[in-house]
Ligand binder design. Structure first.
Ligand SMILES: [Zn+2]
Ligand SMILES: [Zn+2]
Length: 143
């Protein structure tokens, strides 16, 4: 998936007439090899440890580009942080978010997906995208 995402982004950048920069390549590489659901701040700190001259604004703008190109998804879990996760083409999942420890669990459930389609259809609605987040207390915190 990493190589595929790199290729998708390179094509997107070329189409937009963006010149490739060493910094952007470094951000792309680190982003695709990082855990999912990283906040901009976390990614920035991780990058800065390796590339001390990198600026926050560059990281911010680059992540926006990743999202625009389709290789990343922007997520908000209501804690005021913007997070990004890398996604493969056609891949989809939703999230369980622990309100105590902040753990994020990914899930995908075909029944829920189909139900959403059915609800949309009842309303003559065409779904382009959706986000489903369930908030509560994770298994570990419940012990
Ligand atoms: Zn928890
Ligand atoms: Zn996720």
């Amino acid at each position: 998936m990493k190589q595929a995402n790199k290729k998708i982004f390179r094509e997107f950048a070329a189409q937009k007439g963006l010149k490739s920069t060493r910094q952007r390549d470094a951000i792309l590489d680190l982003f695709l090899s990082s855990d999912r659901h990283m906040s901009i701040e976390e990614l920035y700190l991780k990058l800065r440890a390796k590339y001390p001259t990198i600026g926050y604004a560059t990281v911010y703008r680059t992540l926006k580009l990743f999202a625009e190109s389709g290789i990343a998804r922007e997520i908000h879990f209501g804690d005021g942080q913007t997070r990004y996760e890398h996604v493969g083409r056609g891949e989809h999942h939703d999230h369980l978010v622990c309100t105590r420890c902040g753990a994020i669990v990914e899930f995908s459930n075909e029944t829920i997906e189909n139900l959403q389609e059915a609800v949309a259809e009842e309303h003559g609605f065409l779904i382009e995208t959706h986000k489903l987040e369930l908030y509560g207390i994770c298994a570990r915190c419940r012990k």
